[in-house]
Design a binder for this molecule. Structure first.
Ligand SMILES: *Cc1c(COP(=O)(O)O)cnc(C)c1O
Length: 821
């Protein structure tokens, strides 16, 4: 029965001393379980005219979510008014990869178990309705998920930070495989409604483009911190027409024309662009960027004016605006426009305020990702903004000339050159701070990619190594391990102070604890295996090594290297059926951008390898390949805790940070990786001896890049030719698409846009195979293996996004926590 007193809290493992456990407290109000029940029943009746017995799973999910949100309203409002006093930070991001809200919110409110038990009385299974929630997949990958983790940390630390973004009607496409090929479907994530958003029509603003003006209507999502009353806000803008449709035209039977304006406005927030780390210079994309940047700044300006009147010379003293990559950088000239054209500041004043307001995070050094906009296109859409950028560029060039810069040096740094606008340059110049996202990445920025900028403004550069929220990525997704940690530490403090995990290092030789730890891993592997069997139709052996690579599909992430190696094992077993190997399950999860032909070819290739291996009687008990469909945040929550190996095998220098690597580490999984991104810091924390590092380092690649000949490796590395040739020798069939031949050529011939084997797969193959052999050897000693896992877990403290956010707050935003009572 719910409400009964239990001796031990099943989630935390702690003695349950509170006699008030039956009354849970959210939003500062006492609410008992009877109230939760009646609220759920009332919602079902009011919204759907139903009772529990005939309500669908979605309706139940809805009714419960609304019952929870109802209780937050007062604290949410109070948080907003408390933050209004003094300086606030704003996180502008075109992407927020939020995932599911219900379970996470209950965890953060610390009422997960109570709600679960109460719902049981209504014959509602919390687990079941949690699975009914669609992910809010309003992002592509790491960059969008980082934004989501940051919001969680800001709320948990009571920091006055608001997220601003776009309320895409369709999130990142849904993926399924048909004959091993990726197929995409629209992700209408709010088809069943969106109980976690509140429409705030009273705060709508107008955004003007040359050709049309659209309404930006905000939808607010509550961001619930862990065990705090503070409720922060993610404000997402939805584009709507000024008028729904033209009645005159409608009456004249011109239906098409009548709805045209409506559709054109709604197009702006209709769909997320599915490109990760690649620019597509499309007009609609620029519209999206300006739409949310302008709406967000207008929102700030309106509130500021209401409070401080026309004192816009001090705007920056109350606003710190972080630009997540270059996507929102058009906010820089937009603020200039608002300050000059609407608030009457002169250029110099406006520029000083602007520069002191903004800071910029660089997320990538891949050339294809650096945003540039064609001047003509830009000018056609936003003539006034274009004018402002021209002016910024001109004044900057004069400044450089006065500093004694030569013509060539000036040309390298100019914001407008060759008929396009370089958004990263505009960002660095228009912001007081630019940061990279891992130590290695920041060093590459300073010494290579942004060398000239670093020389010009050394004090503007900072590093902020990425992090992840321990709430979603451990407490929510791995209750079992969380419980063990709390038990051993005797406190839950680690949830908000992750460095506490270090105190557990003393158990590294404690056999009983290592055994318990290994049992938890097994439990999570079994849960994942059941889920995979249900959703992918493939049974997997839970005593095999779960070797997992989950991330967007990109050549630089080198899923192809993993595929080649799997195929190499296959051929070795075929040659020698007695080959002594620990059984392996190779698990992939990755979406390829729909227009990225080569990435789709890699998916098809790995699926073909899987088909062969999973059905061959010689190998099917020794190895298995599973490419899960539609990898997303909620699937990740099942995958990360179940992993034995974390594949982080990008070409050195290409992965700015990575955050998937941190999620694995926090769940006690050794990294098989290159010296790239945050892998470097992970290994520094957990010890190289507890991870498997291989491959060429940046310095070596720098040296060989001009003389690199993949053919040498192709011909001289035993077994390599065999797997590469499988792309073209008839081993596999790409059904006439030409995908496999194209992949083969990319490795050995190169193309007009890049050299052969641009990502050094053939160079690293042999070392990668050796690293796998090391894993096989190490896994044979269960205690030794568990110790490696343990050392990763206990040294993961640095990678909490709480640490990252504290650094942003202290060193870039200059804001302080404000806890509501
Ligand atoms: C964490 C995460 C990512 C980022 O993974 P990387 O390995 O760092 O590229 C991408 N997608 C989802 C769904 C994630 O949760």
């Amino acid at each position: 029965m719910a409400g009964e007193k239990r001796d031990v809290d099943r989630r935390t493992g702690r003695k349950n001393q509170s006699i008030y456990k039956t009354i849970w407290k959210i939003g500062g109000a006492m609410l008992n379980q009877e109230q939760l029940k009646s609220s759920v029943l009332r919602n079902l009746k009011a919204d759907y005219g139903k009772v529990i017995e005939n309500a669908t799973i979605y309706e139940k999910y809805h009714a419960v979510s609304k019952a929870i949100i109802e209780q937050l309203a007062d604290d949410w409002y109070r948080t907003g008014s408390t933050y209004e006093e003094g300086k606030q930070a704003y996180y502008l991001s075109a992407e927020f990869l939020m995932g599911r809200a219900l379970g996470n919110n209950l965890i953060n409110l610390d009422i997960y178990e109570d709600v679960r038990d109460t719902l049981k009385e209504l014959k509602i299974d919390l687990n079941f309705i949690e699975e009914a929630e669609e992910d809010a997949g309003l992002g592509n990958g790491g960059l969008g998920r980082l934004a989501a983790c940051f919001l969680d940390s800001c709320a948990t630390m009571n920091l006055p930070v608001t997220g601003y973004g776009i309320r895409y009607r369709y999130g990142l496409f849904r993926q399924r495989f048909e004959d091993g090929f990726q197929k995409e479907e629209g992700d209408h994530w709010m088809a069943h409604g969106d109980p976690w958003s509140v429409r705030r029509e009273e705060d709508e603003v107008l955004v003007q483009f040359k050709e049309a003006t659209v309404r930006a209507v905000p939808y607010d999502m509550p961001i619930i911190g862990y065990k705090t009353k503070n409720v922060n806000t993610l404000r997402l803008w939805q584009a709507e027409p000024i008028k729904d449709f033209d009645f005159q035209q409608f009456n004249n039977q011109e239906f098409d024309k009548a709805v045209r304006e409506k559709n054109r406005a709604e197009d702006i927030s209709r769909v997320l662009y599915p490109n990760d780390d690649k620019l597509q210079g499309k007009l609609l994309r620029l519209k999206q960027q300006y739409f949310f940047a302008s709406a967000s700044l207008q929102d700030m300006k309106k509130k500021y004016k209401g409070k401080y009147g026309n004192q816009f010379e001090s705007f920056h003293a109350y606003h710190a605006v972080q630009l997540n990559d270059t996507h929102p950088v058009v906010a820089i000239p937009e603020l200039m426009r608002l300050l000059m054209d609407e608030e009457g500041l002169d250029w110099e004043q406006a520029w000083e305020v602007t520069q002191k307001t903004f800071s910029y995070t660089n997320h990538t050094i891949l050339a294809e990702a650096l945003e540039q906009w064609d001047c003509k296109l830009f000018k056609r859409l936003l003539p006034r903004i274009y004018q402002v950028i021209r002016q910024i560029d001109k004044k900057f060039a004069l400044k450089l000339r006065d500093k004694g810069y030569g013509i060539e040096e000036i040309e390298k740094l100019r914001i407008i050159s060759n008929g396009s606008i370089k958004m990263a340059w505009l960002a660095i110049y228009g912001c007081h701070t630019t940061n990279g996202v891992a130590e290695l990445h920041t060093e590459i920025l300073k010494n290579h990619e942004l060398k000239e900028w670093y020389r010009l403004y050394p004090h503007r550069f900072q590093n902020k190594t990425n992090g992840i929220t321990p709430r979603r990525w451990l407490l929510l997704s791995n209750l079992e391990l969380s419980k063990l940690i709390t038990e051993l530490l005797g406190t839950e403090a680690w949830v908000t102070d992750l460095n506490k995990l270090k105190e557990l290092e003393k158990y590294r030789d404690d056999k009983a604890i290592l055994k318990k730890f290994a049992e938890i891993k097994m439990k999570k592997k079994k849960a994942l295996a059941a889920y995979i069997e249900k959703h992918e139709g493939i049974p997997v052996n839970t005593s095999s090594i779960f070797d997992i690579q989950i991330k967007r599909l990109h050549e630089y992430k080198r899923q192809l290297l993993n595929g080649f190696h799997i195929l190499d094992i296959y051929f070795r077993i075929k040659e020698d059926p007695k080959l002594d190997l620990i059984p392996r399950t190779f698990i992939f999860g990755a979406k390829a951008a729909p227009g990225y032909f080569r990435a789709k070819g890699i998916i098809k290739f790995i699926n073909e390898i899987g088909k062969k291996i999973n059905t061959d009687p010689d190998t099917k008990d020794k190895m298995k390949v599973v490419f899960v469909q539609n990898y997303r945040v909620s699937y990740g929550e099942k995958l990360f805790p179940a992993a034995d190996i974390s594949e982080q095998i990008s070409t050195a220098g290409k992965e700015a940070s990575g955050t998937g690597n941190m999620k694995f580490m926090l769940n006690g999984t050794p990294t098989l990786g290159t010296f790239d991104g945050a892998n470097v810091e992970i290994v520094a924390e957990a010890g190289e001896e507890n991870n498997f590092i291989f491959g060429a380092r940046i310095e070596e690649l720098e040296k060989i890049k001009n003389s690199y000949d993949p053919k040498t490796y192709y011909e001289n590395t035993p077994g390599l030719k065999r797997v590469v040739d499988s792309l073209v020798d008839g081993t596999f069939d790409d059904e006439g698409t030409g995908m496999f031949k194209e992949l083969y050529d990319s490795l050995l011939l190169g193309t007009n846009w890049h050299k052969a084997d641009n990502y050094f797969i053939l160079r690293d193959f042999a070392e990668y195979r050796e690293a796998h052999k090391e894993i096989d050897k190490a896994y044979r000693n269960p205690e030794e293996w568990s110790r490696k896992c343990w050392m990763n877990l206990v040294n993961a403290g640095k990678f909490s996004s709480d640490r990252t956010i504290k650094e942003y707050a202290d060193k870039i935003w200059y804001i302080k926590p404000k806890r509501i009572l």
